[in-house]
Design a protein around this ligand. Sequence first.
Ligand code: GLN
Length: 284
Amino acid sequence: MATVAELLSQRQQLLATSDSPALDIEILLCHCLQKQSSYLRAWPEAEVPEQTEQQFQALVQRRIAGEPVAYLIGERGFWSLDLQVNPSTLIPRPETELLVELALAKISDKPSAKILDLGTGTGAIALSLASERSDCEVKACDVEEGAVALAESNRKKYGLSNVEVFQSDWFAAVNGQQFDLIVSNPPYIDPDDQHLQQGDVRFEPRSALVADNKGLADIETIIQQASAYLNDKAWLLFEHGYDQAASVQALLIKAGFDQVFTEQDLAGVDRVTGACYTVKKGGA
Ligand code: GLN
């Protein structure tokens, strides 16, 4: 039988595939052993049962072929949650936590705020907001049936009764409801972007990544339709691509929003743009 240390040394095989071979190997081994990473450090000489090793070797081979670690273990940490993930939708990214942080700040003075998350995927944004604000009513929709099922399963995992997950093509099934905050991490990658051919994104659904019009088509659709679904002084916040802040700001201004802002993620990249909607009084 192989030892823990011997199996960890297989990180060498991942050098060509992964930016984080040591971490990937640890996560895969912990998953197969059903142990925390502290176990690997405490017991490098421990022998790994044959069946567990076989399971581990199969996952290593899939990782060598490029499959994302999160899909291999079916899980990814986001905010304070461990979310189930699968290839029906995007793997939650750390930079999306900025959107959660800013959204929470925008509703900090609004008790029982009504929130809508468009294109919820795993439910990452909606469930994080709901877990922080049990007084708020959160609606989360996605056009993909698989994503709706996944988000609902994540909702159940955390018993978040203040979230409703449903299927909708953006606002199509939202039916005359109004919100104090609408958030979205829609597809925003330019179909010609070279980075679609590299790394984890190759295994994620194109429908969750790519949008026409240099990646701006879905953001534009949402901005054009949003005002009918926003209360007075409500906020609309997007995650977007590194070079899209100016375009998203221009779309928001054109649609009559005010207090337009952009924030950078931890890598110093423009990542979230948002604005406030003021209901026009007495206008035609
Ligand atoms: N940030 C992701 C990436 O660049 C894309 C997420 C999205 O399209 N919403 O891989």
